[in-house]
Design a protein around this ligand. Sequence first.
Ligand code: ZN
Length: 158
Amino acid sequence: MKLLNRTRVPAAALEAVLVAAGRMVGARTSGVVVCVSHGNGGGMAYECVRVRWAGRRWMNTDGGAFRIRLGCGDPLDVAVAFFKTAAHEWCHIREYQLGGRSRFAFSGWSGLRRPNHDDRPEELRVYKRLREKEEKGRDVNAYAEEVIGLALALGARP
Ligand SMILES: [Zn+2]
């Protein structure tokens, strides 16, 4: 994974959560470009071989890219939401890695601001996969160490 860290949060804390979320859903994390910034939460996955964000140099991807935004508020809530958004985006990336463009129409924002988002076939597949993982006990609770690590980096008191 190539992290483009546009936050003040230490890269290691972000990386640990991102990699854990990718592992949970079975995505290949190596070579994927992930851009993290501050914002209102949410994320967007891309099928691409190169990305260029915020006027920076072009970066080659191997298996897609996604943007994700850290929300604000209670550090633990923000860390949990970050993990869940990352898991969602990794599901899109996984489909792209498995099937290429045909399986990955366009992911759109995974926040709640786009009413059409949730009805798209690729979104329904993502929700189904996350549900199946959850039923097997693979959800945010299985990665508490990484999530709490991020919450501490965000300023939570231990
Ligand atoms: Zn989505």
